[in-house]
Design a protein around this ligand. Structure first.
Ligand SMILES: [Zn+2]
Length: 159
């Protein structure tokens, strides 16, 4: 099994996912794709005014990774503004996409995508089949609190 990529914590998902210059049909535009974690880096640094160290901590990544993510985001956005390209925001290695459950009986942990969490039905432990009512990291967790909370996402490993 491939080693999972460590997720970046994102507190805010942009509501608008497409920007384009006015008056030009989309098919005639180049587009840049900015990932949600890149947008989050921009938001933390440029909107909330955090230092890189703080932003890195919020996203649960190292400061160099935060800096790289930020530089990548700014580069893409600058490219779009200067060269008249569309901007699509999507994807990225983000933590919000999963709900992690932990079995109260044997401690097994597993991830459940949001679309599998329908109507509050319990999730069943893959090991012992015990129903679980609540994820250990409910969505309300994100965007609150401080602290690193390392290892919450796929056990965390490396970049
Ligand atoms: Zn179990």
């Amino acid at each position: 099994m491939p080693r999972p990529v460590k997720c970046r914590r994102v507190a805010h998902i942009p509501g608008t996912i497409y920007f384009k210059p006015a008056g030009i049909p989309l098919r005639e535009l180049d587009e840049v794709v900015v990932s949600v974690d890149e947008i989050e880096a921009i938001r933390l640094k440029d909107i909330e005014g955090l230092e890189q160290e703080q932003g890195a901590e919020k996203m649960n990544i190292s400061r160099p990774t935060f800096q790289r993510t930020l530089a990548s985001a700014r580069g893409k956005i600058a490219d779009a503004l200067i060269n008249g390209k569309a901007i699509r925001i999507e994807g990225g290695n983000i933590e919000m996409a999963q709900h992690r459950f932990r079995c109260g009986r044997d401690g097994t942990e597993w991830d459940v995508p949001p679309d599998a969490m329908t109507q509050g039905q319990p999730q069943y432990c893959p090991e012992c089949n015990t129903p679980q009512e609540l994820p250990i990291t409910p969505p309300a967790f994100y965007g609150r609190g401080r602290g690193r909370g390392r290892g919450r996402c796929h056990g965390g490993s490396r970049w």
